[in-house]
Design a protein around this ligand. Structure first.
Ligand SMILES: [Zn+2]
Length: 325
């Protein structure tokens, strides 16, 4: 008899308990999908409140609120494991960059921006982002990204009353670069600054090893009368460095090229590199990742971890700028 009572009790507990378990699971799911973008996060950016985002892979144009769009940019452009103040700096930089792009003429006919890092800024949907994060980090990381955009809403980096061209890069290799050394234009708010500690990040060091034949092939694609005699001691010679330590001019065989061009031709992560010639190969040892102009993402994380707030980080990388209220 006692046994029967026990089983009845067990079944009652099971019947009452099951829905609680399921409801809880359902609730967790609901909460996590609700933090995408909420009405109370909306800010009036005037002409820039709505963004027409072109998805390169499908050709589809999606209309998003500016900050809703920025959540996908920050999620794609900076590791969410970085300090929240670095993520906030990235959010303000991405917002400023977006407005600058639109104000100065979109690169696209039917859209303001696209989702490619090679053209505008990288962007990722919540679904795709979640698919690439480890299960245990998903909600924490997503919330940090949303927080970085929400807590900086309305903030834009200004110089002389205008939004700046807020360029940024992954890792400065220790020192950022002046825009004049990359694109030729001398823009007053870019400066060359040092951040120590960027060598702690995996994007700091890289190496490209090319066979001598491959190097010749790559040079011939750009310079039809290229030649090189590897038996000469100065077959490849660095002629000039920029103040930040990047290559300004390098002589490869009979041809002089800029460090920026060398970066493109040999697909190096940055123009801050050294070259060695071995018996069969040419070895490029590279420091940093990206063009080096403006805000360094790894540098921002270093500064944030040393206690700097997002506005201090921004003012460290861009000279004489104000952050709008
Ligand atoms: Zn684009």
């Amino acid at each position: 008899m006692k046994k029967v009572l026990f089983y009845i009790l067990f079944i009652i507990i099971l019947v009452i308990g099951m829905p609680i378990v399921f409801t809880n699971e359902f609730k967790t799911e609901e909460v996590s999908s609700n933090i995408l973008f909420q009405d109370d996060m909306k800010f009036d950016y005037g002409d820039y409140s709505k963004i027409k985002l072109l998805h390169i892979s499908t050709g589809e144009v999606e209309i998003l609120d500016l900050d809703e769009y920025l959540i996908g940019v920050v999620a794609s452009e900076m590791p969410a494991s970085f300090d929240i103040e670095a993520l906030k700096a990235q959010a303000v930089v991405a917002r400023t960059y977006t407005i600058y792009q639109i104000k100065n003429g979109s690169k696209h006919e039917n859209a303001d921006v696209c989702d490619s890092s090679l053209c505008c800024q990288a962007w990722i949907s919540k679904e795709d982002r979640f698919a690439r994060w480890e299960e245990e980090n998903k909600n924490e990381y997503w919330n940090k990204v949303v927080q970085s955009v929400n807590e900086t809403k309305g903030k834009i980096i200004m110089y002389d009353g205008e939004p700046i061209n807020a360029l940024f890069h992954s890792n400065s290799g220790g020192q950022t670069e002046l825009s004049i050394n990359v694109w030729g234009g001398d823009i007053p708010y870019f400066q060359s600054v040092e951040t120590s500690g960027e060598d702690e990040y995996s994007s700091y060091s890289s190496e490209v090893v090319l066979s001598k034949d491959t190097l010749i092939q790559k040079m011939l694609e750009k310079f039809s009368n290229f030649s090189i005699d590897f038996s000469k001691e100065d077959a490849i010679k660095i002629l000039e460095n920029t103040e930040s330590g990047r290559i300004k001019k390098i002589k490869i065989g009979n041809t002089e090229i800029s460090g920026v061009d060398a970066r493109k031709i040999f697909e190096l992560k940055s123009a801050k590199f050294n070259v060695q010639i071995s018996e069969d190969n040419v070895i490029f040892t590279v420091q940093g990742y990206g063009h080096g102009v403006g805000l360094s993402q790894c540098g921002s994380d270093v500064l944030a971890k040393s206690g700097k707030k997002y506005d201090e980080i921004i003012k460290y990388y861009y000279k004489n700028v104000e952050i709008s209220e």
